[in-house]
Write a new protein. Structure first.
Length: 254
């Protein structure tokens, strides 16, 4: 969407606050020994307490309030009572929400407890690349150039990017134009970021894979070559200078 009034800006900020606070509190709540369903149920309670609804459930009838992916799962992990969190797990929580007709999206990967498996470097690089990418976004910038930046920074650090998962427009629905803000340089994409537009920018930084493939449950995505993936995401408004980060409350850069 394009923000044209102060009321629209306030509406987006409130929806993004709900998604961001939920993500932050879920991350703080996560601990070894609990199931991803327990964590997801907590997220659902947080959204409801703020008057918000789960965007994946509304849009896709997703079997959970949030997407929780663990270790080798890239994205869209289905919360389950059988998935028990363990010390050192690489956990990704993606929270998207609807509130009063406005839609917000954010997510983040983190290491649960002590980094006994060495995932911390990947997580920190994903955060760093997202921050650099967002700092370069303003009206008129080619979308493909942000993809080039993300891919270049990942390669410098010895990583790959997932090419079939992308950022996107958001605001009046979960996915809007621009439909693909890729993590790599797509020379066929001539679109430019538009001032006052709302977009969700996300990294998918991988140790090995380049494509996310759907698993047997019809939802969960895993890498085509294995390995691990870190994702971080903010919803923001494009301006003529520094973007306005609506989901700053999630604290993924803290």
């Amino acid at each position: 969407m394009s923000i044209t009034t102060e009321n629209e800006r306030i509406g987006m900020q409130l929806a993004c606050d709900a998604a961001a606070v939920t993500l932050k509190k879920m991350r703080d709540y996560a601990q070894p020994g609990i199931s991803t369903k327990e964590l997801d149920d907590y997220g659902g309670e947080l959204l409801a307490a703020q008057g918000a609804s789960s965007a994946p459930a509304l849009t896709y009838d997703f079997p959970g309030y949030t997407c929780i992916s663990i270790n080798g799962e890239v994205a869209h992990g289905v919360p389950s009572a059988d998935k028990i969190l363990k010390e050192g797990d690489l956990v990704n929580i993606d929270v998207s929400a609807e509130l009063n007709g406005y839609w917000a999206d954010n997510g983040g990967s983190f290491v649960l407890g002590e980094d006994i498996h060495g995932h911390g470097k990947l997580v920190e690089k994903s955060k760093e690349i997202l921050k650099k990418a967002i700092s370069n976004i303003k009206g008129g910038v080619r979308i493909s150039e942000i993809g080039r930046l993300i891919e270049t920074e990942a390669k410098k650090a010895g990583y790959t990017v997932i090419k079939n998962l992308t950022g996107h427009g958001v605001g009046r629905s979960l996915h809007e134009e621009p439909h693909e803000i890729a993590n790599y340089y797509d020379r066929y994409n001539t679109e430019r970021f538009k001032k006052n537009s709302v977009v969700a920018i996300e990294t998918f930084i991988s140790t090995r894979s380049t494509i996310a493939e759907t698993q047997a449950d019809g939802w969960t995505l895993s890498g085509n070559k294995g390995g691990f993936v870190a994702q971080h995401e903010h919803t923001l408004m494009v301006t003529g200078g520094e973007p306005v980060i609506f989901t700053a409350e999630n604290g993924i850069w803290d």
